[in-house]
Design a protein around this ligand. Structure first.
Ligand code: HEM
Length: 214
């Protein structure tokens, strides 16, 4: 079977969602780790940002892969969503994964859409054009209630999306095993919660902690 024919099957589309989702999830975990330097103070945060930017041209292929994965993930997700609405989705989980499947799975298209909307606002605001140093950017942007609330909502959507996506990708790639399913589901929950807490506390700190990142 050729790659195009494979993509046309729902198994092929789920595999594309799993692989691109894994890459995007890794980005998000690294993004949370990088931003956690803000809790160590202005100097540590600026040092992290300058180390990141010192990678210079090396960042270009990484950004290219990120946005390629994002485009594939969104388009394939929409195709699966439309396909699922035409034919009622078949349950495919077993054991602990079956009990986790219902609500978070049904929320995936909506948390995904919310996350996409968030990115359309967040990326131009934080990563494109002439910007002040990253500490000023985060302090002044997230210090405004409207931007802080938008970021809290985006981070919540990202955490819920990462929670379900983090374990369901193992099912989609045929890698689930009753012996490890509980570990996989719990690891996804812990990772998603950690990302949510790190990135969620930042807007709250910018709003409520006097002198944050000064
Ligand atoms: C309050 C939470 C967040 C903060 C404080 C934050 C902070 C930042 C900062 C400072 C940058 C610019 C990095 C630089 O070039 O120096 C950035 C870029 C970016 N952020 Fe966030 N971020 C947050 C949440 C998120 C979430 C939930 C996502 C979802 C995936 C995300 C995705 C991105 C992307 C895709 C870029 C552009 C990367 C690039 O093109 O180099 N961020 N963010």
């Amino acid at each position: 079977m050729g790659i195009i024919q494979y993509y046309q099957t729902s198994v092929g589309k789920k595999a594309v969602m799993a692989v691109t989702g894994l890459a995007l999830g890794l980005f998000l975990v690294l993004h949370a780790v990088g931003n956690s330097f803000a809790f160590a103070g202005r100097r540590a945060y600026l040092a992290y940002a300058s180390r990141l930017h010192s990678l210079g041209p090396l960042l270009v292929p990484v950004e290219f892969v990120f946005f390629l994965c994002l485009a594939l993930h969104v388009v394939t997700g929409i195709l699966l969503f439309i396909g699922n609405r035409r034919s009622r989705p078949q349950g495919y989980a077993v054991g602990i994964m079956r009990s986790e499947v219902s609500l978070s799975a049904r929320l995936m298209p909506y948390t995904g859409a919310a996350l996409l909307f968030f990115l359309v606002v967040h990326v131009p605001l934080f990563a494109i054009g002439d910007r002040p140093p990253v500490a000023e950017l985060v302090r002044t942007v997230l210090g405004r209630p409207a931007w802080a609330v938008l970021h809290l909502a985006g981070v919540l959507a990202a955490a819920v999306h990462l929670w379900h996506g983090g374990w369901s990708l193992f099912l989609s790639l045929g890698l689930s095993h009753p012996k490890y399913d509980t570990l996989v589901v719990r690891s996804a929950a812990v990772t998603a919660a950690a990302v949510g807490v790190i990135l969620g506390v930042l807007p709250l700190a910018a709003l409520f902690v006097q002198g944050f990142l000064l």
